[in-house]
Design a protein around this ligand. Structure first.
Ligand code: PMP
Length: 360
């Protein structure tokens, strides 16, 4: 019997068990072809069918309009911090960036290599516990786009609304994509590393309005040039074939589970339960303003930080893994991505209740 534990890792994160089981069943022999997906040529008709099915399912799940390219690339979301300005500045020297946390800051630092970054608003003065009011944003008329991070994985701050701006909206959706339906047509470009809600690490998704492509900076490496990648059907060079295949299995699993509306309902329930529990206790706390709390990443602190280590050790003994906060901020963090069940959240709350009784 395989003994799986509850995994609250922020990424690489828990994958749906049925997906892992199917991958296991097909590991040595994919659909009677006598070889593993890992051993197939990316140019073979078998792999091309896998790749095309994954793209079609993703397009269906997110209702991606036809005038948007869907790219399967490498380099993580971090490579996109450079790819975005290289492709989307289109001759402009300026771009707008919102600063709502550690991942926004990294995107800003990287963009500064390529352009003059206008920080439209920053939540740094509230220690990233809130989202600056749109009425306070100072956008630049000459900006080529506005970049933001809809869900800050470390701070646990999430936009539950869409910024309205006149420039193309660019979103780092690494830790929120596929957690709920989104209106893709409102975005110029969306990117996301796979290792949270999509599949294993090594794959990155880009969804881009085609009319914005084709004007990349002349020094853009071809592996970062969206137009070149789109022309090559994301197979300019050898793609991460196994990660692409697993992402395809995750998309099938999401469709079978009722699509993104159903997933949003489950995610909302999980997050509401955990925040409700934290708010109802004097022992645990979450610093984020209630209307901006993330459904996916729930950071929390204990009343006495000296108990942090004991909490983590006992959690592991109770089969609750990866609850340490990001190394830059400490404390705890429970990531509740799509593959984390309500049962896992209940096991966590039950442990937290018990821990509080013994140490509170
Ligand atoms: N952006 C966000 C919001 C993230 O959560 C992460 C990873 N945790 C990154 C960017 C960086 O992603 P990668 O490691 O895939 O480059």
């Amino acid at each position: 019997m395989v003994q799986r534990k509850y995994n609250f890792c922020a990424g690489p994160a828990a994958l749906p068990e049925p997906v892992l089981e199917q991958a296991q069943a097909e590991l040595l022999d994919w659909q009677g072809r006598g070889l593993s997906v890992m051993e197939m040529s990316h140019r073979s008709k078998e792999f091309i069918a896998i790749a095309e099915k994954a793209e079609a399912d993703l397009r269906e799940l997110l209702a991606v309009p036809d005038d948007y390219a869907v790219l399967f690339v490498q380099g993580g979301a971090t490579a996109q911090f450079s790819a975005v300005p290289l492709n989307l500045l289109r001759g402009s020297a300026k771009a707008d960036y919102l600063n709502t946390g550690q991942w926004s800051k990294k995107a800003i630092a990287e963009a500064r290599r390529f352009c003059d970054v206008n920080v439209v608003a920053s939540a740094e003065n509230t220690n990233f516990s809130s989202i600056p009011e749109p009425s306070e944003w100072q956008t630049d008329n000459n900006a080529a786009y506005l970049h933001y991070t809809p869900n800050e994985t470390i701070g646990g701050v999430e936009f539950h609304w869409l910024p309205r701006v006149s420039t193309p909206l660019v979103a780092d959706m690494s830790s929120t994509i596929l957690s709920r339906p989104i209106d893709v047509s409102q975005f110029g470009l969306i990117y996301a590393g796979a290792q949270k809600n999509i599949g294993p690490a090594g794959l990155t998704l880009v969804i881009a309005k085609r009319e914005l492509l084709g004007n990349a900076h002349s020094l853009t490496p071809s592996t970062l040039n969206y137009q070149t990648i789109d022309d090559g059907k994301s197979m300019l060079n050898t793609p991460p074939t196994f990660a692409w295949y697993l992402a395809g299995l995750v998309f099938e699993w999401l469709k079978e589970g009722g699509g993104l509306e159903a997933q949003a309902h489950r995610n909302h329930q999980k997050a509401t339960s955990l925040y409700g529990f934290i708010d109802g206790s004097d022992f645990y706390g979450n610093p984020v303003e209630p209307q901006s709390r993330s459904w996916m990443n729930v950071p929390f602190t204990l009343a006495d930080a000296a108990l942090d280590k004991t909490f983590l050790t006992e959690a592991e003994e109770n089969d609750l893994l990866n609850l340490a906060g990001h190394r830059s901020v400490g404390g705890m963090r429970a990531s509740l991505y799509n593959a984390v069940s309500m049962e896992a959240v209940e096991a966590l709350m039950s442990f937290m209740r018990d821990f509080e009784q013994r140490h509170g």
